[in-house]
Design a protein around this ligand. Structure first.
Ligand SMILES: *Cc1c(COP(=O)(O)O)cnc(C)c1O
Length: 340
């Protein structure tokens, strides 16, 4: 029985669901974990996460396909990425197969909150981990919690995806050899000022350039860039300080294998951005948000695709990937994880 929720008017906010998965790490081992009812977390006032921000997270979605199955998209890649993140933050890895199982179990336990097919809404899944014991001298925690909660979220774009306006940021997101490539909470804490400032000035997002030279495109606070050249190639920036988006990696496969496009994953200089035909931001939340204009300190780059609609190639990529996710187009082996 689906919950009595007005799916089409859901926003992107937290709504408590029935169950969450919790596993504790202590004395060098993870316990077996359990689905629990209590949505509150209780820990020491001196917990490592509270003092030194030792925390990381993942994000993915569960949704109902046209034929009524509940599925999620490539959770093994979220498991792998969280493992990479944990190693960089001196946190214990939650085994990848157990990560996927915890996602499946949590969604199953909250199946009544998975929005119906066609509503545009989804069940957002948030796996995360934090150092939970008291640490005052600077060092990693000895005890950790791995948790997974779910929350239903509305369609990212109400009434279709309208191109957004973004700005080139004066702030940097990630240093060379820093933590830009991992999904650490700290990357978001320091981006909050930049995004609030961007919104205040009327921009939807920040385009961050590489911190060392400020000549190359990196990404926004929470999405990777894709560009379409005038001759129909997909170009996407490559850098050690970009978070490896699963959506972007999937779009690269879709472009090459489904649409027969040439794909270039390489350094992208900001100077060449004005020559692209289309631009988009990709991530789990929106899949692709089209970018219509980039403001570089008063100098505007307006893409030929304009401010009314997604560019035609971006649209094809979007329709193909969402078609694969929704079960309308056959998925590559292993991309769709059936939950129920
Ligand atoms: C999560 C995230 C993305 C998007 O990754 P997906 O796996 O596609 O959701 C992009 N950039 C940053 C900085 C992120 O944290």
């Amino acid at each position: 029985m689906s919950k009595n929720i007005d799916w089409s008017n859901l926003g992107f906010g937290y709504i408590e669901t029935d169950k969450r998965f919790v596993s504790n790490y202590k004395d060098g081992a993870w316990d077996e974990g359990a689905l629990i009812d209590d949505p509150m977390v209780t820990m020491s006032e001196c917990a490592c996460v509270l003092q030194y921000a030792q925390t990381c997270f993942e994000g993915l979605k569960a949704y109902t396909t046209e034929d009524g199955r509940i599925v999620c998209f490539r959770p093994d890649l979220n498991a792998q990425r969280m493992a990479d993140t944990c190693k960089r933050l001196e946190m214990p890895v939650f085994p990848e197969d157990r990560f996927v199982q915890a996602v499946v179990d949590t969604v199953k336990a909250n199946a009544d909150y998975v929005p119906p097919f066609g509503s545009g809404a989804t069940l957002y899944i948030r796996p995360y981990m934090f150092g939970s014991n008291a640490v005052i001298g600077v060092k990693p925690a000895d005890e950790y919690q791995f948790r997974v909660f779910t929350t239903p979220v509305g369609p990212y774009f109400k009434g279709g995806a309208k191109p957004i306006v973004i700005r080139v940021s004066d702030f940097d997101r990630a240093a060379p050899h820093g933590t830009g490539h991992i999904k650490a909470g700290l990357n978001y804490a320091m981006s909050l000022h930049a995004i609030v400032d961007a919104h205040d000035k009327g921009y939807a997002e920040n385009m961050y350039l590489d911190a060392a030279t400020r000549t190359k495109v990196e990404e926004t606070g929470g999405a990777n860039f894709i560009f379409i050249t005038k001759d129909g190639k997909l170009v996407t920036p490559k850098s050690d300080s970009i978070l490896p988006s699963i959506t972007r990696r999937s779009l690269m496969v879709v472009a090459e294998k489904y649409l027969g496009m040439t794909v270039e994953h390489r350094e992208v200089y900001f100077d060449e951005v004005k020559d692209f035909a289309e631009c988009g931001l990709c991530g789990t939340a929106a899949v692709i948000s089209p970018v219509g204009r980039i403001d570089d300190h008063g100098k505007e780059i307006c893409f030929p695709s304009g401010m009314d609609d997604m560019g035609p190639v971006t649209k094809k990529l979007y329709d193909t990937l969402t078609g694969i996710q929704m079960g309308k187009i056959e998925a590559p082996e292993g991309w769709i994880k059936e939950i129920k």
